[in-house]
Design a protein around this ligand. Structure first.
Ligand code: HEM
Length: 408
């Protein structure tokens, strides 16, 4: 049954999504933007889809709080999952947020990130060699490439020993999976157990690093343990949970950027050819991949003072979802927004959010995206999908679990 825009928007409920929505949410996002851009959902929260409304919410940290203690308390109870999410910088307001962010930004300096480039190129080329050796028809773009890159990059960032990295991806997927709008007891149990295992692993790693510090210019964990010259330090609890957050924040999102990007190129043959013929477009191409299939589609805030948005009055304590996926296709900001254009300029997308909480790892994500995409295309210009890509089935983190691919 095909619903018209008004019906699609009227029946939209983030807690009751359909398979058609998971496959392609953009017609629904468009319908919402056009007919109910500030949509009240059955649970009393609001769902925003217009670019300008998202920017207004992101920038107004006085009225839109990121502190999730109230919201997560009924969802997670007194669990480790609750402790983890409510200690992560992304779910806090000043002053806790400002302190932790300063320490993390200091550790993710542009110099530190630029210094990672040679290792990143070596890693990507090594993966490409392994793909070539596997041969035709046996390649999975996610397992063999997109997911393998961030796990190594973040592992290097915190200097996690190579043979201890294997569980990181599953812990990360389990913890982030528990952030979906609705979760069952299994997803909760998996997320909670992942926090428990991750904490116990990190306690050991931090103890070893305290005993034998690394080079703070290269090793973010040593940097976070040592704190700032002015004596600013993270507490042990803040240190452990924010390391988990860093490991998680950089995994699935960057995997999805690379996976979504390669699938989008494959589905848009002329744009793929354009990028192969002019590799200098890789930077704008990566921005377009971030806009067109944003790996993180939803953000959340809670109002803490009375306000009005799109003519709708919201009392304090109203949960608001910021739909990045919809804002990034708003025609008021992006001409011809449904078109995938690897040369799009300007492209002020919101894939990394904006304002005080804007992604602290965006320079690293961009570097990973540019190196992965450009080197993959140079090595396998004729790559082709070899079966239907399998979606992750999530609304917040949009990406693929598997993408069968043939290379020659
Ligand atoms: C394509 C990849 C990525 C995407 C799409 C992405 C997206 C985002 C978004 C939308 C936010 C803002 C959340 C909010 O305001 O509610 C955010 C925050 C954050 N991201 Fe990323 N991210 C990516 C990669 C990374 C990487 C590689 C790292 C670190 C190594 C990272 C670390 C962080 C941190 C620490 C925050 C919290 C900042 C704060 O609250 O002040 N991200 N990210």
């Amino acid at each position: 049954m095909i619903l018209d825009a008004r019906e699609l928007a009227a029946t939209f409920d983030l807690e009751k999504l359909t398979p058609e929505f998971y496959a392609n949410p953009y017609p629904t996002y468009r319908a919402l933007r056009e007919t109910e851009p500030v949509k009240r959902l059955p649970n009393g929260s609001y769902f925003l889809t217009r670019y300008d409304d998202l920017v207004a919410a992101y920038k107004n940290t006085k009225a839109f709080s990121s502190d999730k203690k109230k919201e997560f308390s009924p969802k997670y109870g007194a669990s480790l999952l609750y402790e983890h999410h409510t200690t992560s910088l992304v779910f806090n307001d000043p002053p806790a947020h400002t302190r932790v962010r300063r320490l993390i930004m200091g550790a993710l300096s542009p110099r530190a990130i630029a210094g990672m480039e040679p290792d990143l190129i070596r890693l990507v080329d090594h993966l490409l060699d392994a793909i070539a050796a596997k041969g035709k028809g046996k390649v999975d773009l996610i397992d063999d490439f997109a997911a393998a890159i961030p796990i190594e990059v973040i592992g290097n960032l915190l200097d996690v020993p190579q043979d201890e990295r294997e569980p990181l991806r599953d812990w990360s997927l389990a913890i982030l999976g528990a952030l979906e709008p609705v979760i069952g007891p299994d997803a909760f149990a998996r997320g909670n157990k992942a926090v428990e295992d991750f904490l116990s692993y990190l306690e050991g790693l931090v103890a070893r690093r305290r005993a034998r510090p690394g080079n703070p210019d290269r090793d973010v964990l040593t940097r976070l343990i040592q704190g700032e010259d002015n004596g600013e330090r993270l507490t042990e609890k803040e240190l452990l949970h924010n390391c988990i957050f860093l490991l998680n924040a950089g995994h699935e999102t960057t995997t999805n950027l690379i996976g979504n990007g390669l699938v989008a190129l494959s589905n848009h043959a002329a744009e793929k050819r354009r990028l192969i013929e002019d590799p200098s477009l890789v930077k704008t191409a990566v921005e377009e991949m971030l806009r067109f299939e944003s790996s993180n589609q939803l953000g959340n805030r809670m109002t803490v003072e009375p306000l009005e948005l799109g003519g709708i009055a919201m009392p304090p304590g109203t949960p608001v979802t910021l739909c990045i996926g919809a804002a990034n296709r708003d025609p008021a900001q992006f001409p011809d927004p449904e078109r995938f254009d690897v040369g799009r300029t300007p492209n002020r997308h919101l894939a990394f959010g904006t304002g005080a909480h804007q992604c602290a790892g965006m320079a690293l994500a961009r570097l990973e995206g540019a190196i992965a995409i450009s080197r993959f295309l140079a090595r396998f210009p004729d790559y082709a999908l070899a079966g239907a890509p399998v979606r992750g089935g999530r609304v917040r983190f949009r990406g693929f679990l598997n993408v069968p691919c043939a290379v020659s």
